[in-house]
Design a protein around this ligand. Structure first.
Ligand SMILES: C[S@@+](CC[C@H](N)C(=O)[O-])C[C@H]1O[C@@H](n2cnc3c(N)ncnc32)[C@H](O)[C@@H]1O
Length: 218
């Protein structure tokens, strides 16, 4: 379990800071901007073609990525959103983040209230499955079309970014699946390429990192 503190990022949205790791849950340049650009737009909406998609998030955290994705999912963009989390954030902290000002309050409440380890239909077109597990050890779901790779940074948590861990993840991805991550390091890009993914450097969020990575399983 991490000890966390609430902080505000440059776009006004809140994030959590983990003191013992000296690491934030989102970019300090803008948590909401990062979620919208790197994950919702560059992965989910980029891949969405109207067919039911299976999405895997590595690191559920505050649920911001889940909430912004739910805001654009519907019966025309249906998604089964599976999110892995080893250390769920306490409800008391989630309720102080102010995310009800960014996304629909009723929706946010349903996401918070959804029980762990079972799929829950939040509304038609959006099934949420929060799994409390260890990404580095526990079995991964199969047939994944979209990956939000949102682990803490490689220098803070290297075991999430190893070649072996990525090999398992690629094994869970279907052909044509896309993965995005905020990390644009050459070392990580080469690791993904060595596993047969096509990796692009695409522009980062406004006011944030210059480049991010999007990888496609061919
Ligand atoms: C960068 S934060 C994720 C932010 C999140 N996507 C959000 O929208 O708030 C990384 C997350 O990975 C989780 N985590 C750390 N180690 C993990 C592991 N071995 N398995 C699953 N989740 C892990 C952390 O607890 C943290 O919530």
């Amino acid at each position: 379990m991490h000890t966390v503190e609430i902080e505000h990022t440059a776009d006004g949205s809140a994030t959590l800071f983990v003191k013992e790791m000296d690491e934030h849950y989102h970019s300090v340049k803008g948590a909401l901007t990062e979620s919208n650009h790197i994950f919702r737009d560059s992965a989910f909406l980029y891949r969405a073609d109207g067919s039911p998609l299976r999405l895997l998030e590595v690191g559920f955290g505050t649920d911001l990525n889940a909430a912004v994705t739910a805001m654009v999912a519907d019966e025309n963009h249906p998604v089964h959103y599976i999110s892995l989390e080893k250390y769920p954030v306490q409800g008391e902290i989630l309720s102080q983040l102010g995310y009800e000002e960014l996304v629909d309050e009723g929706l946010l409440h349903k996401i918070h209230a959804a029980p762990w380890d079972v799929p829950v239909e939040i509304f038609p077109g959006f099934v949420l499955e929060k799994r409390q597990c260890d990404y580095t050890r526990d079995p991964l779901p199969e047939g994944i079309d979209v990956v939000y790779f949102d682990a803490f940074a490689p220098e803070k948590q290297p075991d999430m970014w190893t070649e072996g861990a990525f090999e398992r993840l690629v094994g869970a991805m279907s052909r044509g699946a896309v993965l995005t991550t905020y990390c644009s390091k050459g070392e990580i890009r080469r690791r993904l390429e060595s596993l047969g993914l096509r990796v692009e450097r695409i522009p980062g969020p406004p006011g944030g990192k210059r480049e991010i990575l999007r990888a496609t399983r061919l």
